[in-house]
Design a protein around this ligand. Sequence first.
Ligand SMILES: [Zn+2]
Length: 315
Amino acid sequence: MNKPVFRALLILLVIAFPVVAQIKEQNVRAQLGFLASDAMQGRGSGTTYERIAAEYIGSQFRQFGLEPAGDTDSAGAKTFVQRVPLQSGFTWNAIGVLRGTDPSGQAIMLSAHLDHLGVNEALTGEDKIFNGADDNASGCVAVLELARVLAAGKRPRRTVYFICFGSEEKRGLGSRHFIDNPPAPLTQIVANLNFEMLGRPDTKIPPGMLWLTGFERSTLGPELARRRASLVADPRPEQRFFQRSDNYPLALQGVIAHTISSFGLHTDYHRPSDDLSKIDFPFMTRSLNSLVKPIQWLANSTFRPAWLPGQAPTR
Ligand SMILES: [Zn+2]
């Protein structure tokens, strides 16, 4: 085959089958290694360490080429961090935007909470730091690495918001503030995928899979699974996980919002032993990679997920 024909064919192939960047295990290890390190002192809600986590995530968003959507600083520049006043002190959200090409402003939202339980000096054992490797440094890493690969690709049709919330462990104060002060009208957000505790496989579901809360409530989960996301229904609906994470206040506002997890009720939950050494990095990387193409499809499609009859959550 002569060279010009070969080159033309190659170009056609790249256009027809754009190469989708993959999430790399070394990046997952690096991000989680920092967020769940002892140095981060368990990212306690409303503490300086939570703020450092938000600033770190914001700096990563900047590195990936996202637009800032947090507060404006004293020099008038937009930042990636949104400061949220609490009764006493503050909590912090990190927000980055991959702007879509569609003028209608339709958007999807990928989120996770960045805080955890901090340090408890009163504990008798030697380990007083709640590192929160699975809860929820793993969810933050999912948002970070999806931001990296989506921002590396072609600009999507829909805008993608990447958000890490503060103070989820304190009644979800970061996400509540975000809902009251959204960067775009909530009616424009066609779907929210919230990531929570997906660093360890759940033995109650098939190997390599993740589960989605409220899978039976809307058309979103089944459609992503149809597009080969490693996603099944939450195997423990009696635990009411759908109502227990940052997707819920959004769902109550009408946004199709679900949480992705693989939490198998391990005994390190909310203990200092929720450490890096317990994370299954090959599992986490592989299952996250199964979401890249379906989420990219969702960001480029006109598909609008909807609640099934009688399944929209109400107060
Ligand atoms: Zn959590």
